[in-house]
Write a protein that binds this ligand. Structure first.
Ligand SMILES: C[S@@+](CC[C@H](N)C(=O)[O-])C[C@H]1O[C@@H](n2cnc3c(N)ncnc32)[C@H](O)[C@@H]1O
Length: 360
């Protein structure tokens, strides 16, 4: 991928990228190419393996929105990697280890993802998004949480699901998930630039299997960082991956004191929360922040951000069991967070993800 104009501009503006981090940026680009190729191939293979030869037809979906331009989508996809490399060039964070660096481990992960793909597809064809409710492990969790989001095997409740999750997300986004999540890291890194990390504390809420917590740990190695999630299985994966501590807790009731954190981060949680829970979690995220503290948020773009992608965004919940996505798509996020005492001070976007920086 060639270095774009905005990248050069950013490097000059930031006053550091041009020479000092050029090698790092080149490393990030070459990893991005490897990663994109790998996960595009794995996703394509999964689609091929689950083509409709048996069982019920895949869900049918109707929309009035115009077809999505593939050219536009492709440009947005490549721009996500460019933004990521530009931030590395600007010295905001180091190149991240999210390429298929360990060939044996990568092959095993892809193999496991493909082996499970047919099961996921059968669940999709049955329209069975609540299979996990039969699993005793799911007892005692909120009803909204007891779902096979994305039709994934085991929902949030098994170690296999936690190990497989990243492959599923990367295959879904053709290897762009890390670059998209890092729009939130970019906003936080700019905000924290020049600060002494040793006195900063941040928590990644709904850290899942730890992809973003690991990126935070690489970007801010001396800051106090931890992950929170409701899933013990995912937390175990997150600890191994990030080397940081984790706490099992509901984002509706965080186990941190009022005004105790410099930052919270929250990636891909809000589209999985019912509308009545979103304000509760927003208020809780605000409560634990110090005055002047910030939240770095990332989640799906909404149709108002990308009207040309509306059709695709409307199709997403039908194919990936996202029961609350429709209401998320309409949610006025700045208003939701303003009601919790947080105001938008920065924003960014890459491919299918938007990021906001909000200050208390
Ligand atoms: C789509 S995943 C996102 C995970 C991670 N942030 C990422 O970027 O891959 C949603 C995560 O939110 C967690 N989650 C959902 N509802 C939650 C709640 N009320 N409290 C804490 N975690 C929750 C799930 O267990 C899951 O790990």
């Amino acid at each position: 991928m060639s270095r774009g104009r905005s990248d050069r501009d950013l490097g000059e503006r930031e006053g550091g990228g041009r020479g000092a981090f050029a090698l790092d940026a080149a490393a990030q680009r070459s990893k991005a190419v490897a990663k994109a190729a790998w996960w595009t191939a794995a996703g394509g293979l999964a689609k091929f393996m689950t083509r409709p030869t048996e069982g019920k037809a895949a869900p049918r979906f109707a929309s009035d929105a115009p077809p999505v331009s593939q050219g536009r989508l492709r440009r947005a996809y490549f721009a996500a990697f460019e933004k990521d490399a530009a931030d590395v060039a600007a010295g905001l964070y180091p190149p991240m280890e999210d390429a298929p660096v360990d060939p044996a481990a990568s092959i095993l992960k892809a193999w496991d993802f493909l082996a499970d793909a047919r099961e996921v597809d059968q669940r999709r064809r049955r329209g069975d998004g609540v299979e996990v409710r039969d699993d005793p492990k799911s007892q005692g969790y909120p009803a909204y949480y007891r779902q096979n989001f994305h039709y994934q095997s085991g929902g949030w409740f098994t170690a296999e699901s936690a190990r497989r999750y990243d492959a599923q997300v990367e295959a879904l986004f053709s290897g762009a998930a890390g670059a998209m999540r890092r729009r939130a890291l970019s906003l936080l890194a700019r905000h924290w630039r020049g600060r002494d990390q040793r006195v900063l504390a941040a928590v990644d809420v709904a850290c899942g299997s730890g992809a973003f917590l690991r990126d935070l740990a690489q970007a801010f190695p001396r800051a106090a960082l931890a992950g929170v999630d409701l899933s013990p299985a995912y937390l175990s994966e997150a600890r191994t991956r990030s080397g940081r501590g984790t706490v099992q807790a509901n984002a509706e009731h965080l186990p941190f004191g009022d005004g105790s954190l410099d930052a919270v981060t929250c990636v891909y949680l809000f589209h999985e929360l019912p509308p009545r829970v979103r304000p509760i979690v927003a208020a809780e995220l605000a409560r634990v922040l110090k005055p002047g503290g910030v939240m770095a948020f990332a989640d799906s773009v909404q149709p108002s951000d990308e009207p040309q992608l509306a059709r695709m965004l409307e199709a997403f919940p039908a194919y990936f069991h996202e029961p609350f996505y429709g209401s998320y798509a309409e949610e006025d996020l700045p208003a939701l967070f303003a009601a919790a005492g947080l105001r938008v001070v920065g924003q960014d976007k890459a491919f299918l993800t938007k990021a906001l920086l909000l200050a208390k």
